[in-house]
Design a protein around this ligand. Structure first.
Ligand code: GCU
Length: 328
């Protein structure tokens, strides 16, 4: 059975054990979570919520100290620190996780989800649980998943069709699937850590990038790339990762409380997302950015071979079909 499903069952059992009015005597645990996002980023806000909840639930016995803003390095670096036991938790975008665990490549396929309901069904359902629990042999598992909107292109000119991308250097995360997608669209993909993208845009190391609207605004990338063209090529979730050694060091009660705090942060962030997205859009317009509506068809046509290639070339082809079926 998927490990995170097991956690979720423990979680459901929790109100019974605790509501009985037993005095809590939770063992103490001080966890460290490092990530690459600013404290205004909606995923950081979810982590802060999780840390607060955990402290409350454990009556102060369990704490999570958060190191934001790439203080401990890029996604790749903090994931490695976590694998080596030097860090308890980090955040991995489904893109940055691809080099660590091939199964995450599926989330980088373009136009995978029909809508938010389909995304939720997959990411917060059985398929998501299975993927999140599947990397124990890599020294970590994912225990939380977060909405990260739709990713679209931005640059100092509108990008209305793949023809506009020809020869452009586009910043991407370190994801082979995303790099392949850029090739098919005619762009040249440049993997750069999130914290270095502003300077890369400013110095012309790249001509554009791609992300969701809140990230485009929060990073002030819009100052360097004023056109956000909504082709919405991917919807890549973010994940909260924990090292298997940290998880093994927690007793059953600590694990239950952690999972309860994580579940609460997922629900909090799902609700917050639409609000944050809407706020970011109006802020972007105020700051002079232009949103460009695009016909997605030529983008979809250019990247369509990726789905068949995925089925044919990876051991996870079955997974793709399960995801597509979940949207029917
Ligand atoms: C989004 C996503 C982050 C990711 C970032 C990026 O902001 O939520 O997890 O690191 O994009 O493009 O690097």
């Amino acid at each position: 059975m998927a490990q995170s499903s097991r956690f979720k069952q423990a979680l459901l059992a929790l109100p019974l054990t605790i509501a009985a009015g037993q005095a809590l005597a939770v063992e103490s645990a001080n966890l460290r979570l490092a990530h690459n996002l600013d404290t205004s980023h909606v995923v950081h806000r979810a982590f802060a919520h999780m840390a607060e909840e955990l402290e409350k639930l454990s009556d102060g016995a369990m704490t999570v100290r958060i190191f934001p803003n790439s203080q401990m390095g890029s996604q790749r670096e903090t994931t490695e620190l976590m694998q080596n036991g030097a860090l308890d938790m980090t955040k991995g975008s489904g893109s940055a996780l691809e080099p660590f665990a091939d199964v995450y490549s599926v989330f980088n396929l373009p136009y995978l989800f029909n809508d938010q309901a389909h995304f939720n069904e997959v990411v917060y359902g059985e398929i998501g649980d299975e993927i999140m629990a599947s990397t124990e042999d890599k020294g970590f598992v994912a225990i939380g998943a977060y909405v990260a909107g739709n990713r679209s292109f931005y640059a100092d000119k509108p990008i209305e069709s793949p023809a506009d991308l020809q020869g452009m250097k586009i910043r991407v995360q370190d994801s082979p699937t995303t790099i392949r997608m850029m090739e098919l669209l005619g762009a040249s993909a440049t993997p750069i850590p999130f914290g270095e993208v502003y300077t890369a845009l400013q110095q012309g190391v790249v001509d554009g990038a791609e992300n969701n609207v809140p990230s485009y605004v929060q990073t002030r990338h819009l100052e360097q790339a004023g056109y956000f063209s909504e082709d919405e090529h991917t919807s890549v979730p973010d994940f909260l990762l924990i090292s298997t050694s940290t998880l093994a060091s927690l007793d059953e009660e600590q694990t239950e409380l952690l999972m309860q705090a994580v579940a609460s942060s997922e629900a909090y962030q799902q609700k917050l997302w639409d609000e944050v997205d809407a706020e970011a859009r109006s802020q972007a317009v105020e700051m002079g950015a232009t949103f460009v509506e695009v016909d997605k068809t030529p983008f979809q046509e250019a990247v369509a071979p990726m789905l068949d290639d995925f089925r044919a070339n990876t051991q996870h082809g079955g997974l793709l079909d399960r995801i597509l079926t979940a949207g029917e």
